[in-house]
Design a protein around this ligand. Sequence first.
Ligand code: ADP
Ligand code: ZN
Ligand code: ZN
Length: 731
Amino acid sequence: MEAKLLIAVPRPLRTLLTYVHPTTNPIDLLGCRVSVPLGHGSSIGVVLGLADEQAINQYKLKAIKTLLDREPLLDAHLLELIQWATRYYQHTIGEVVFTALPNALRDGKPLPQTMTWQALHKSAASSQLKRAKRQADLYQWLIQQNVPCSASTIHTHVGDGWRQVLAALIDKGLVQEQLSLSQAGLPYLGTVTPKLELSQQQNTCLEQCRIWIKAPNPQPTLLHGVTGSGKTEIYLRLIEDALASHKQTLILVPEIGLTPQLVQRFTDHFPEQRISCLHSGLNDTERLQAWMEARSGQADIVIGTRSAVFTAFAHLGLIIIDEEHDTSLKQQEGFRYHGRDLAIKRAQMLNIPILMGTATPSLETLHNAEQGRYHYFRLEQRPGKARQPSLEVQDIRGQHLHSGLSKLTLQALERTLERNEQAMLFINRRGFAPMLLCPACGWLAHCPACSANMTYHARKSRVICHHCGTDEHAESHCPACNHPQLMTQGHGTERIELVLQQYFPETPIVRIDRDTTSRKGALERHLETVRTTDRLLLVGTQMLAKGHDFPNLTLVVILDVDAALLSSEYHALERFGQLLTQVAGRSGRSDKPGHVILQTTQPQHPMLLTLLQSGYLAFAQQLIEERKRWQFPPFSYQALIRAEAAEMEQALQHLEQLRAVIPSQTGVSIMGPVPAPLEKRAERYRAQLLVQAENRHLRHICLTYLTSQEKNSPNQKSIRWSIDIDPVELS
Ligand code: ADP
Ligand code: ZN
Ligand code: ZN
């Protein structure tokens, strides 16, 4: 019998293509890859559905060339999630499907067979491994596992260089290599590491979560715990529960590379379970390995960044999202999905619990909790002796600053170092200074490709555009008037580091930003220095705001955040409150009290005062009120239509045409088109149009007008346009 199959191909098409294939069981083909004829060539595709028999009789349909998979790569739930995401984000189906597949499977290569390794009990082992600590560790671990282990779990356990360690054990006849068979999760026998005793608050929270999770249709749960309140401990206990009932857990985190400590805590707590990490540091093969382990049920716990939301699982039972508010959970190009929102959808489709933890919930999540759509639990205290840090606002108007630092700040740094403690200076800008200019004629180093200044990097003696990456030698003479000296304005991390070196020549200084951590292992080395040096100064960008635990850090100085307070972008204040709270939360995490200094020219800003005097929750509630007054999200639903072209006029005109396609409707307002805040990036002019609707349905209808018009205004090389649903920034 011949079946008509609906197939997604990796092209910018909004529809599925229909092909025929001889089979009696077409259902079994859903989620399999195929090779199909397309145009004059052929393409890979994924079977997504069965075609309606009547609807397509008028065409002579082509047949599938080859069926590439013997079993579906994507199960029915994932296919449903993919279809939902395609509709919700108004994106092309092919791109969504192929985003969900690991890179290594996108070109039609067969699903490889995975190898596993198992330790053999040998009495001679201890003498054979006497002088090889890493081999001995791995051997011991493999013995404990007592089942064949996969590459990625061994990688997670051993770290870099695992292949050599493993190869040595195989050579010595202590480990056996074999083809893997998919299997159910390991029986969970409890951990051997001593556990922390939970505080009373943590216990109450855990018990509450357990009750909620057992409900037949569990609602999402927001765990709003101040920084350092022990949210991770709650995650660990809930994962124990999932393991005990043979379920897998997916943990989504914003950026794994930035928080190696977090992964370590999971591996320490679950020494016998198999944990796979999916992060950007993996190559395609490693990523595929981790994906297949989740799919076969070999991995008990999967920790990954946003794209891990599409991981196939054999028996997923729990999803945890750490730092729910973090915008890096949202993809900012191409298929612009939000990892958190898709995870919530996935949990709902599977009817499994999802827990979101953060110290600074996003306004939309907090609003959902306040409306009763999510369960809500607060952890207001740090366990043990740790307390929330005290905050001090320093008015720097009219003050003489030493390369950005006030006299009071310098004194506070000195006192901290005298006590043999650590201080951290936060400034959200890398490089030496954001401006390099000529004092004689006013020339300014400007990016030739963007409407932005170049940032001066003193170490490398270069000017770099942080938007497009243009990187040029920094002139020593003014290119306009040949004046022999250029000057800088403003500060970045590099400059702060330099001034600290001058004031505290004896003190070790660690700078953490994208420039100092680009090499593999560099961040780990820096963090190790911070862990092992009592008396130290730490300088860095928002990379420092993320979940790090520095027990000896007692002073945090926050520089140059005034721009966020004064920004007209309505997301800016929310982000400011989150960043400030997260950065401040790095201090005073053990028994020593923490202190935070905020240098600002806006000490009377009402929202700043609310944040400092009443805390993040009151601040966020006030912002929610404001959003309500202005009918901004979460009280309305936005889509940002972006266009870019060689000329601003073209981009604007294109958006004008798109705008004209949407009939005016009550409940919908359309703003723009206007030039984007960064008007030009990498030689392209950028404009935007904001669609704001009373509800999601109306928004969807409006956008359908646009997408159905696409044939008349296709994405040409000269003009590109895209839809961003629930934008997290309007730039
Ligand atoms: P969060 O995830 O909320 O920022 P963590 O789970 O990282 O907090 O906990 C912060 C610190 O407090 C960690 O060093 C952790 O080991 C410690 N901690 C957490 N819970 C307890 C507890 N019940 N008793 C003692 N220390 C705890
Ligand atoms: Zn000049
Ligand atoms: Zn540029």
